[in-house]
Design a binder for this molecule. Sequence first.
Ligand code: FES
Ligand code: FES
Length: 270
Amino acid sequence: MRVTFTVNHQSHTLDLEPRVLLVDVLRDHLHLTGTKIGCDTGQCGACVVLMDGVSVKSCALLGVQADGSSITTIEGVSEKGTMNPLQTAFQAAHAVQCGFCTPGMIMSLTDLLARSAQPSEAEIRAWLAGNLCRCTGYENVVRAVNAALQVAASPAHLVTETPLRKFYDSHLRAMLAGDVDALVDAHYSADAVLTTFEGVISGRDALRTYFRDYLAAHTDLVIAATERFVEFGDSIYTETVVRSAQGVTHAYNAFVVQDGRVTHQFAGVK
Ligand code: FES
Ligand code: FES
């Protein structure tokens, strides 16, 4: 039978025997071997892919049933060759051991996170009932999902588990909200000093003027990525990709934070 479907946004037309399973089409015909076969009987979840956005076990479907559909496999979830936040969180939280179940888990969880922005731990565990893992004990998997949720909710795209990360996240939230008073009053000491290549700004009133001018010039401000975040003692060093109406800049900042307020900051762009 002739079937046409897209896989990871690429259209394919194939002549398939009606008995061939979708997982075998993906692996053997299209050479997308990220999708695994653990049991071939619909129990383990290693073969999960998205069909029109819904997680399905590709060993429980025939290839011809994919006709007209849009399939996403693990090869299709990375962003321009870079692991997406869920994949990054799996790596950081050591949620992978042998890795055989991982592609299916990522695909199942991708479906969950598309349905629910803030699933509870019980919902995450219940959702993974169809993904068997013999190695991890699931603890780190749940941790990884929670970390990915935190990253998604953070304007800094960070897991905010330390006081200085929380501080930086809060600083960015106030700035992105355009709330200059909250930004300065809650985050800078009365005699804070901000040094830029243009000059030195000192004190809250001057900082308010500086940030008002900055936000007026950088409308539609977004932190596209935090590429580097380093904490040492009471100091933070960050490198961020900033997008605004002015274009994309790579900004770096060094903060000295004492008693929850910035005393010194150096700001620059690459
Ligand atoms: S290989 Fe499909 S559920 Fe196990
Ligand atoms: S990491 Fe080995 S089966 Fe899950």
